[in-house]
Ligand binder design. Structure first.
Ligand SMILES: *[C@@H]1O[C@H](CO)[C@@H](O)[C@H](O)[C@H]1NC(C)=O
Ligand SMILES: *[C@@H]1O[C@H](CO)[C@@H](O)[C@H](O)[C@H]1NC(C)=O
Ligand SMILES: *[C@@H]1O[C@H](CO)[C@@H](O)[C@H](O)[C@H]1NC(C)=O
Length: 429
């Protein structure tokens, strides 16, 4: 018996793998809307919807952090089914569900009898499927440009029978659940195949997804925050012994102006020693929900606060968010000014500024201006300073360490040991 176990362990180890999958950089939705002159209206709409969502419900979404992906800049390929159908997704450490559009997405209105009667502007936000609310001929199908999953073409597909709905600040994705083999990595790329993964097949998407160069979201955080308590794909890979180590490493390339270029690498099952220096330190998670841990101090130049906060490391957020008082003090210290219509801090792209210094454990991590000064995309010489005021409403983490931090330091999301490691990012440019 013991020999059998040993044999099985050896077989599992032989099959386990480290898989490195490339990312591509896309233009953030925010930059596109700024370029098109639609950002100001979009932000107003979003505020109204958030207000209404909070008013409506005492349940799940109140006060919780919802990722809008409007500033997301990195996408990777996955496939679902046999033979493989390919999708572009955000690989998001700030959420825990996988969903992609279903073949039926946008082809028929949702069950309109479940939609509350609504009028005018309110309708835009209460009514997830505008086709139900009288938008009629002017309704644009937000799934139009996306790749869609056709379960009838997959021999490994299993029905699940349950529904799902995921709320975002600007709308929702809803549909039903299915089960199939998914792969991290696209066709022709290195792949990690994970059989029997449950995922969402969206039959409607909020208008917000319309025209975005991505199909869906793949959440990499823990099951405890997954909608419907579905086992997230990477956790499922660990449970099936499909990876060498129960962790993954994220390396993100510097932000640039270009679209569609190599944007980084996700390494599943191991530490990325090619793109990342030696691990500087690990910080234990204070909560295995998001990748949440303690940050003891933050500052820049003459400003420093060591109040101490709960933070999350989140690949799905393109800036660093925190409580307004501290964020504005840091912005003052680097000479960035709040631009109300854009809802960001701006400064001249050529500004010479101090590093943003973050203390975790007994290490200080310095983020250079190459990672905190971000092109705005409006044709001016102004850039975004990479912090934004964020309120968790008293729940969850106080700060979000998004891409500027992860570009400077590779993050090792150690699911098995419940800790996050940091290593210098060896940028190619
Ligand atoms: C994904 O697949 C597309 C189409 O095959 C390819 O052009 C792209 O480089 C791949 N990688 C990423 C990260 O998008
Ligand atoms: C639509 O929703 C109503 C109210 O929840 C329900 O009674 C009805 O069965 C649903 N119809 C379909 C086709 O799902
Ligand atoms: C659709 O849009 C056109 C032009 O903006 C407008 O004249 C028309 O009334 C709209 N139709 C509906 C059903 O809202």
């Amino acid at each position: 018996m013991q020999n059998l176990f040993l044999l099985l362990a050896l077989v599992a180890a032989a099959l386990a793998a480290v898989v490195q999958v490339p990312l591509v950089k896309i233009e953030p939705y925010r930059n596109r809307l700024i370029r098109e002159g639609r950002w100001v209206q979009y932000r107003k709409d979003r505020e109204i919807r958030r207000f209404m969502m909070n008013k409506q419900s005492n349940d799940m979404s109140v006060g919780q952090y919802v990722n809008d992906y409007e500033d997301e800049a990195y996408v990777g390929n996955i496939t679902i089914g046999t033979p493989q159908q390919q999708f572009k997704v955000i690989l998001d450490t700030g959420s825990s569900n996988l969903w992609i559009p279903d073949i039926t997405c946008g082809t028929k209105p949702e069950n309109c009898s479940t939609v509350p009667a609504c009028r005018g502007i309110i309708c835009q936000f209460e009514c997830d499927d505008q086709a139900c609310c009288g938008a009629g001929a002017n309704y644009t199908d937000s799934c139009f440009y996306q790749n869609k999953f056709d379960a009838s073409k997959s021999s490994s597909y299993k029905t699940n029978g349950r529904n799902f709905i995921i709320e975002y600040g600007t709308g929702s994705a809803r549909g039903f659940l299915g089960q199939d083999t998914i792969t991290f990595g696209g066709i022709g790329e290195p792949q990690l195949a994970v059989p029997n993964t449950v995922f969402g097949q969206a039959t409607s998407l909020a208008a917000f997804f319309e025209g975005q160069p991505l199909d869906g979201i793949l959440g990499l955080a823990f099951k405890s925050i997954a909608v419907d308590q579905i086992t997230p794909p990477f956790i499922n890979a660990i449970n099936q012994n499909l990876v060498d180590l129960p962790l993954f490493t994220v390396f993100l390339e510097h932000e640039g102006d270009q679209n569609g270029v190599q944007g980084g690498v996700y390494t599943y099952g191991g530490i990325d020693t090619k793109n990342c220096g030696p691990v500087i330190a690990y910080q234990p998670l204070s909560s295995a929900t998001y990748y949440q841990f303690k940050m003891s101090a933050i500052g820049s130049g003459s400003y420093h606060s060591s109040k101490g906060w709960q933070v999350i490391s989140d690949t799905g957020t393109s800036l660093i968010g925190g409580p307004k008082a501290y964020v504005s003090a840091i912005a003052d210290a680097v000479g960035a000014t709040w631009r109300d219509d854009y809802g960001v801090y701006i400064l001249p792209c050529s500004a010479k500024i101090n590093t943003l210094d973050i203390t975790i454990g007994n290490q200080v991590y310095n983020i250079d201006s190459s990672n905190t000064i971000i092109p705005l995309g409006d044709g001016s010489n102004n850039c975004i300073y990479a912090i934004f005021p964020f309120s968790s409403g008293g729940f969850g983490p106080s700060w979000i360490l998004g891409d500027p931090f992860i570009r400077q330091y590779c993050n090792i999301y150690d699911v098995g040991t419940q800790r996050v490691g940091f290593a210098k990012s060896l940028q190619s440019k």
